[in-house]
Write a protein that binds this ligand. Structure first.
Ligand code: MG
Length: 397
């Protein structure tokens, strides 16, 4: 069972960010239409390991902060004011959250918005075993030590070398004492909290960080993480989600079976049409074409073309899939509703879903087939024909 430990997060966002080459500090820059700091705060508020979040901001940045971070979440406490160094900002933050009597604190850079729940959990869990734990990644590049003229003096072995990221987690009392002692000793040159812990003799353990948990330090960093221009509102600009609908009707005539959603069903009548008259697959094909704005089934497969006489309709559906893929799209779900008094659809529903999933090369869980009568009303109620409705969702990359 999980022990109840109060965990506070300090997000350090007091830097002026002059390295990003902008007048606005980089934690307030927009990525995908959302302020960097808002994304960072959101990552921690969303973590089940986190009880409270406090952001440490620059003295003059209150208006920027209020504009960037929605402040009504129950986990988000009022911001604390930073100092003239990162180390001093953390100390101010630790002092400010003392009143919440935390057991653990996670300290994180405001300009690392891509931290994940997994990384947060790994740091948090490691504190069961150690007074300090930080996210880090092993060094992949070869290190060179060079002189002032950029002449390589030596190659430094990288074995055992890691790049420290944040969050850096600590048992609260230990890191507060370490920061107070470093401050009292005039040590203000320690570049991260693990260095403060190390200076104070606290053991710090490493857990896996991630390359994506990058620090946005320069204008180039910011440019690299901007999502592609979609022309959409920024709220939905991160994923280009398309929805399409389709509708089809075929007349019932003499016959002994119908094709519905790719399944042959014995019936007192047949469906009339140029192809196999599978209304379900026709509606679904149109829904997919609708999602990518690529005409309709009648345009691509005219019923005046002898090639499609008696065609099995999965051919049309597979063509729609090809068109979706040509636009670098991915089908996330499809949903078909059949309107008929008979035959009964429910005994065939799973087979229909399976068949559609096979043709579209997606999991069955992404395919829905439903059916309804129209209570004896209208042409479907009079058993003159069968109708089908479909929707499809496609995400374009
Ligand atoms: Mg049709």
């Amino acid at each position: 069972m999980r022990v109840s430990l109060k965990t506070v997060v300090l997000i350090i966002a007091a830097g002026r960010g002059t390295r990003a080459g902008a007048t606005t500090p980089k934690q307030y820059a927009m990525v995908g239409g959302v302020p960097v700091l808002a994304q960072t705060v959101g990552a921690f508020i969303g973590s089940p390991d986190v009880d409270l979040v406090t952001v440490v901001i620059g003295e003059d940045d209150r208006a920027l902060y209020d504009g960037a971070v929605a402040s009504n979440h129950r986990k988000l406490m009022p911001p604390a004011t930073g100092g003239d160094t990162r180390q001093r900002s953390v100390l101010n933050g630790l002092r400010a959250v003392m009143k919440y009597a935390p057991d653990r604190v996670l300290i994180h850079d405001g300009v690392r918005p891509f931290v994940t729940a997994d990384i947060i959990e790994r740091v948090w869990k490691a504190l069961d075993q150690a007074p300090g734990a930080i996210a880090a990644i092993p060094l992949a590049d070869t290190l060179k030590r060079a002189d002032a003229d950029r002449r390589v003096g030596e190659t430094v072995g990288r074995s055992g070398l890691w790049r420290a990221q944040t969050p850096q987690g600590f048992r609260f009392a230990g890191i507060l004492a370490a920061h107070e002692a470093a401050d009292a000793a005039g040590r203000n040159d320690l570049t991260d909290d693990a260095a403060v812990a190390e200076w104070a003799g606290l053991a710090v353990t490493l857990v896996d960080g991630s390359e994506t948990n990058r620090k946005l330090t320069t204008a180039e960093d910011l440019a690299m993480v901007q999502p592609p221009e979609t022309g959409l509102a920024p709220e939905v600009g991160l994923a280009d989600v398309r929805t399409g609908q389709g509708f089809d009707v075929h007349r019932l005539a003499t016959g002994d079976h119908v094709w519905l959603c790719g399944i042959r069903i014995a019936h007192s009548h047949g469906l009339e049409g140029h192809s196999d008259a599978d209304v379900g697959l026709h509606a679904l094909t149109d829904a997919l074409l609708g999602a990518i704005g690529d005409g309709d089934i009648g345009q691509h497969f005219p019923n005046t073309d002898a090639r499609w006489k008696g065609a099995a309709s999965h051919v049309f559906l597979a063509d729609a899939l090809r068109r979706v893929r040509a636009r670098d799209g991915r089908i996330t779900n499809v949903d078909v509703t059949l309107l008929c008094e008979a035959p009964k659809i429910s005994p065939h529903r799973d087979a229909m879903r399976q068949r559609i999933a096979e043709v579209l090369e997606i999991e069955v869980s992404r395919v829905a087939v439903k059916a309804t009568t129209t209570e004896g009303l209208g042409f479907t109620g009079r058993r003159e024909g069968i109708a089908a409705l479909a929707t499809a969702t496609v995400v374009l990359r």
